[in-house]
Design a protein around this ligand. Structure first.
Ligand code: PEP
Ligand code: MG
Length: 546
């Protein structure tokens, strides 16, 4: 048995087989062939091309069955790219004439073609750059003997990786995931948040690199203590199995709180809502018994696709969520792209400090056509449920005015086109910058509600990059600066008749539930897996001080 120690990022126990995820592309090296190796390398290329096309065909068939022909088309386009003469000639010539190994030839050619697409004027063609990279990385995987990473796994598995970014996690078949263990990553990274949303254990910052030999081995993830047991001995396995049974019993007890009110011992009511990342989580949200959705991170729709999701695709996604929630409120945040949530086809310039750069509402203003498409889809979907819209990364009142101007423009268009929509959709903002928290009294005059994003509010208030694991020590989530800002926001909002929720991770910190209730928070939006735990805490709390 080997024990690796890391940081506990999401509570829970998991026992299962390890799937070691290696980004093959990172291992591509510029290596030369001997003359007598060239023919074999060309044959390897042909075999890998055939394998990649076969994978794409399977993916296409699966996607047609799951999401329909239109959305499955991307896999057909990818198959066509693997037949493109210019692309194939370049790879061939790098192997035959320059004697490079096939994976290096595929990598360099893929990058060259992607760059050409990215530099085109046409937005659609720019979006193809991400497709070329995707196709090349599939080909490289096949050349280097890998399977189609992260998809198509048969059994449930513990995902072990050096690091995972949001665009990789979004591709995962979540129903197969037992737990995450990563070498890098911080407790507040989006991968850790995803684990908490899914209610599965996660460990980040493992204290030693993963050896290839662990792939497929039995392991235990203890997301309470941050321990990762590989090849556990009998005693440890028996002990953990028993703990897992206890954990399942506790979960079963929590289930008895379904259908109960979110009310304190002294009659103070709040609303516990759930956070969601993609429409595929609908079932989990309904099952959580949340009062509605307090934060729908709409950017994940953009991360799931290879090019800008069009109005129809977005409309269908939002409508699906609103209809499924049957009369419960759904707060959808407009796309919060930038910083750690990079989307290839946006082709954003590299920034020195992306967290302080073109992200959230700033990017929406810079790409107003994309923003308007999203707003049109949102308002059209508003006819099918109770929608509220909020904007991320607000710092100044003029940003709210400008965002509202876009809303008016979109509403005018929809009226002219005779679309039915809800004229009174609630409009709110995320409070996730100190500027917004300190001037909440001014901002509250312009909105119906605030939703406090404590993940970013903590990052910006304490000057701690949420992606940087080296400074975890300085990430004090209970820092008085953050708590005082939250209290200030609640007072300011209530003075202007606006409601306030917390949708950051702090919302599910049970040690703060009482304090938040005393501050007068109206809503807590938490991971679906945490809804009942927070409900239990609320129902055990007395707000009045006596
Ligand atoms: C937050 O910042 O607290 C938040 C909820 O937004 P995200 O984690 O998506 O940045
Ligand atoms: Mg945020």
């Amino acid at each position: 048995m080997k024990i690796i120690q890391g940081k506990a990022a999401s509570k829970g126990l998991a026992i299962g087989k390890i799937y070691l995820y290696k980004k093959k592309q990172d291992a591509v090296k510029c290596q030369y062939l001997k003359q007598d190796e060239v023919d074999a390398e060309l044959k390897k290329l042909d075999d890998s091309l055939a394998k990649a096309k076969e994978q794409l065909k399977e993916l296409y068939d699966k996607a047609v069955a799951q999401v329909g022909q239109k959305d499955a088309q991307v896999f057909e386009i990818h198959q066509m790219m693997l037949e493109d003469e210019d692309y194939l000639n370049d790879i061939h010539s790098m192997i035959k004439d320059d004697k490079f190994v096939a994976e290096y030839a595929a990598f360099v050619t893929g990058e060259k073609f992607a760059k050409n697409f990215a530099e085109m004027d046409d937005e659609y063609m720019q979006g193809r750059a991400a497709d070329v990279r995707d196709v090349s990385s599939r080909l490289i995987n096949c050349l280097m003997g890998g399977e189609d990473a992260l998809i198509g796994m048969e059994d449930k598995f513990i995902l072990v990786a050096d690091d995972l970014n949001p665009s990789e996690t979004i591709k995962l078949d979540k129903s197969k995931l037992l737990a995450f263990v990563t070498l890098q990553g911080s407790v507040s990274s989006h991968t850790a948040i995803l684990a908490r949303n899914l209610g599965i254990p996660a460990i980040v910052q493992a204290d030693e690199p993963f050896d290839d030999s662990i792939d497929g081995k039995l392991a235990i993830v203890d997301g309470y203590k941050g321990n990762f047991y590989i090849d556990p001995d009998e005693v440890t396995l028996a002990m953990m199995n028993k703990k897992k049974i206890d954990e399942d019993e506790t979960k079963a007890l929590l289930l008895t709180l379904k259908g109960k009110e979110d009310i304190t011992l002294d009659g103070h009511k709040i609303e516990i809502m759930a956070n969601m990342g993609s429409p595929s989580e609908i079932e989990m949200i309904i099952d959580s018994d949340a009062h509605g959705v307090g934060l729908f991170r709409s950017e994940f729709l953009y991360l799931e696709t290879h090019t800008y999701p069009d109005e129809e695709t977005q409309f269908n996604a939002y409508r699906k969520v609103l209809e499924a929630l049957k009369g419960k409120k759904v707060v959808i945040r407009t796309m919060d792209i930038g910083a750690d949530k990079q989307v290839d086809y946006f082709n954003l310039d590299k920034e020195e400090n992306p967290a302080l750069g073109l992200r959230g509402i700033r990017l929406s203003f810079a790409r107003s056509d994309v923003f308007k498409t999203q707003l049109r889809a949102l308002f059209r979907a508003s006819a099918f449920g109770i929608l509220a819209i909020m904007f991320p990364m607000i710092t100044s009142p003029w940003e709210i005015d400008e965002a509202k101007n876009f809303i008016e423009e979109v509403k005018d268009e929809l009226r002219k086109e005779k679309h039915v929509f809800d004229e009174d959709v609630e409009i709110g903002i995320m409070i996730e910058t100190p500027a917004a928290a300190v001037t909440a009294d001014v901002l509250a005059k312009k909105v119906d509600f605030f939703s406090i994003g404590t993940n970013d509010l903590t990052q910006y208030t304490l000057a701690v990059d949420r992606q940087n694991q080296k400074i975890d020590r300085y990430v004090d989530t209970h820092h008085p600066a953050v708590l005082r800002l939250i209290a200030n926001v609640v007072v300011a909002a209530h003075k202007e008749g606006a409601w306030v929720g917390i949708c950051g991770e702090l919302g599910s910190d049970l040690t703060l539930t009482k304090e938040f209730l005393r501050m007068g928070i109206d809503e807590l939006s938490v991971s679906p897996a945490k809804v009942l735990e927070v409900r239990r805490q609320v129902r055990m709390t007395k707000v009045t001080k006596k």
